[in-house]
Design a protein around this ligand. Structure first.
Ligand SMILES: Nc1ncnc2c1ncn2[C@@H]1O[C@H](COP(=O)(O)OP(=O)(O)O)[C@@H](O)[C@H]1O
Ligand SMILES: [Mg+2]
Length: 425
């Protein structure tokens, strides 16, 4: 009977256990569709049933997990798309946008805001706005933010002027408080509009009108005045016996002063009706060289140098107007040098940006920080007989060429004017 028992074990126990072991192996390899026939209803049978239930449950929870995963993935994709959309949107609005969380830390800052304030996102993100706007220049912004945070009201809109190192900006700032549905404070969103260019344009336009009128009113009587003085001289100069000197001097002064007035008025009317630009292919190096010749002869106390950029291409510019730009800048450079000094002109070409650059540096008196932003405004002059129109004409011409002009300190002393002109070759 031991032999019989042995057979029984082999057939009734070992075979199902073998089946089960195979089944577990398959499940482990991922086959959840496996079903093992129970056959008997003893312990072995119920073990089989438990195994089948387990694979069934495993299969159900696995498919639930998969579904949840797909759902999550979709939400993630959607969130990501939305986030990217918001980012692109923020990046492309001209206004500066900064959001600040409820702890007062900067949570987003867009490109325009970075540019307006001269700070980078890395410098600002997750830092307290107190820290980000700590510099003296940005103090105005900080104060405004503090004001909003302390007030209970929702939005503040205000125009402020900021004196940055290189320029003075006029900004229209609106600060809005963010609240969730339950009116809990969530932070601030700050939107900045740079009105500087707009204001400058408006001011320039107003000045242009003034210049037009002044030029018109003054120019007309000048010629008759001069002609009359000349006639008086011709007729009476040798009729005086002893007082002739006074008469001579006075009439001369009148004629000379009228000449001065005329050139002044000419400058006014040049400014008032700037001719439209005539763009033709021209060699900017040649224009500079030609202009420099005039100066090299006239000023023995000043050394004029020209470092000619080698790869500056021929490109579309208005020769007459660019000549005026160079001459105006040279005039100023010469005026800034009291005794001895150097004026250096350099040209460069940036191949990657396709920008031609002209730099005019002098070793003159330099320009105080606070005057830099007003330099290009019409009628701003620190000279006793200056018209203050030179740089504003320069600025207009450079803008008409879609270019950009700025001024920096020159080392070790003096000023450096930098003009960048786009080249379309
Ligand atoms: N190279 C320079 N160095 C120092 N100051 C300058 C220079 N260029 C311009 N400025 C300042 O800018 C002012 C405006 O220049 P501009 O518009 O040409 O008018 P103007 O020469 O008639 O004064 C000058 O009065 C002077 O104070
Ligand atoms: Mg000048």
């Amino acid at each position: 009977s031991a032999t019989w028992f042995g057979f029984y074990l082999a057939k009734e126990i070992t075979v199902p256990v073998q089946k089960l072991a195979n089944g577990i192996h398959e499940v482990a390899n991922g086959n959840l569709d496996l079903h093992i026939e129970a056959g008997t209803d003893d312990e072995i049978g119920s073990l089989m049933n438990s195994f089948n239930k387990m694979t069934f449950d495993l299969k159900a929870s696995k498919s639930m997990l998969e579904e949840a995963n797909i759902g999550l993935e979709n939400t993630n994709i959607e969130l990501d798309q939305r986030r990217r959309y918001m980012e692109i949107l923020l990046k492309n609005v001209g206004a500066g946008v900064i959001s600040i969380d409820k702890e007062g830390r900067v949570s987003t800052i867009n490109k325009s805001a970075e540019k307006i304030f001269g700070i980078t996102a890395e410098q600002a993100i997750n830092k307290s706005y107190n820290e980000v706007f700590a510099s003296e220049y940005l103090n105005g912004v900080k104060k405004l933010l503090e004001e909003v945070t302390c007030s209970t009201g929702g939005t503040i809109k205000r125009q402020i002027r900021l004196s940055l190192p290189d320029e003075t900006l006029t900004l229209l700032i609106s600060v809005a408080m963010l609240r969730d549905e339950d009116r809990n404070y969530m932070g601030l969103v700050v939107v900045f509009d740079d009105l500087t260019q707009l204001q400058k344009a408006q001011r320039a336009e107003a000045w242009r009108e003034v210049a037009r009128r002044i030029a018109h009113e003054i120019k007309n009587p000048l010629t008759p005045i001069k002609l009359s003085a000349q006639r008086l001289r011709k007729r009476y100069l040798n009729k005086f016996s002893d007082n002739g000197k006074v008469f001579d001097e006075c009439t001369k002064t009148i004629i000379d002063q009228v000449e001065d007035l005329k050139s002044l008025v000419n400058e006014f009317s040049n400014f008032a009706r700037m001719p439209a630009t005539n763009l033709y292919p021209n060699d900017i190096n040649k224009i500079i060289k030609d202009a420099l010749v005039l100066y090299q002869e006239g000023h023995s106390n000043i050394k004029f140098e020209f470092k000619e950029g080698k790869h500056v291409p021929i490109f579309d510019i208005d020769r007459e107007q660019i000549r005026r730009v160079i001459i105006n800048l040279l005039d100023n450079a010469v005026d800034s040098i009291e005794k001895k000094g150097t004026v250096l002109i350099e040209t460069f070409y940036d191949d990657a940006l396709q920008v031609a650059r002209v730099e005019i540096a002098d070793t003159g008196c330099g320009i105080p920080q606070k005057e830099r932003s007003r330099l290009f405004e019409p009628y701003f002059s620190t000279k006793r007989s200056g018209t203050g129109l030179g740089l504003s004409i320069v600025n207009t011409i450079v803008s008409d060429h879609n270019g950009y002009i700025r001024v920096k300190e020159n080392y070790p002393k003096g000023s450096r004017f930098i003009i960048e002109l786009p080249v379309r070759v």
